[in-house]
Design a protein around this ligand. Structure first.
Ligand SMILES: [Zn+2]
Ligand SMILES: [Zn+2]
Length: 186
């Protein structure tokens, strides 16, 4: 089977963390994962990997550079287009999934990125509608905050943020809001 991304190179069987079977392209380092094998691997090892990542002090892990192919990929098994799922709000990386074959394609460095984000055990969660909806909502909130940050400048924006956090966590939150409503009503 050839690489899903660079297409002309054949994939070689490899073992990812804790023996997760995958096929890797030696050129672009992308990996193909059979999600059936992934689910049984996850049962036994995803928790162990998460603990290991939490305890790691390896700085190489911090400097993960994950590439992402922006093109629509075609599944090498069934020739259908694969679906793209965004990994997180902060990262412009997408997991490619063939729902017919139950396969995933990760571009070079994306497995490392998932591990770093504590998402290696959540590969199949990323593809769910609630997960994707949450990412979109976070992106909207980030844009909203950035627009105020540029309007107000960093100093005032940080003051405003501190005040919001203080109100949010205050046991008398509703009373504080009521006071502000009345104070600023006129
Ligand atoms: Zn490749
Ligand atoms: Zn397929």
């Amino acid at each position: 089977m050839n690489c899903y991304s660079c297409e002309s190179f054949s994939l070689k069987p490899v073992k990812l963390d804790y023996g997760l079977p995958a096929r890797e392209c030696h050129k672009c380092k992308g990996v193909h994962i059979d999600l059936l094998s992934y689910r049984s691997w996850r049962e036994d090892y995803a928790g162990k990997l998460e603990t290991a990542m939490k305890n790691t002090t390896d700085t190489k892990v911090e400097q993960v550079t994950a590439t992402d192919n922006k093109k629509a990929l075609i599944c090498k098994r069934c020739s259908k287009f694969m679906l793209k799922y965004k990994v997180s709000t902060e990262h412009d990386n997408f997991v490619d999934i063939c729902t017919s074959c139950d396969d995933a394609w990760l571009d070079g460095g994306e497995w490392q990125l998932l591990k770093q984000l504590q998402l290696a055990g959540k590969l199949t969660h990323i593809t769910t509608e609630p997960w994707q909806r949450n990412i979109r909502a976070e992106a909207v909130e980030k844009t909203f905050q950035q627009s105020y940050q540029s309007k107000l400048g960093d100093v005032d924006f940080n003051k405003l943020q501190d005040m919001c956090t203080w109100i949010e966590q205050h046991p008398e939150k509703q009373e504080l809001l009521k006071y502000m409503r009345i104070t600023f009503a006129n």
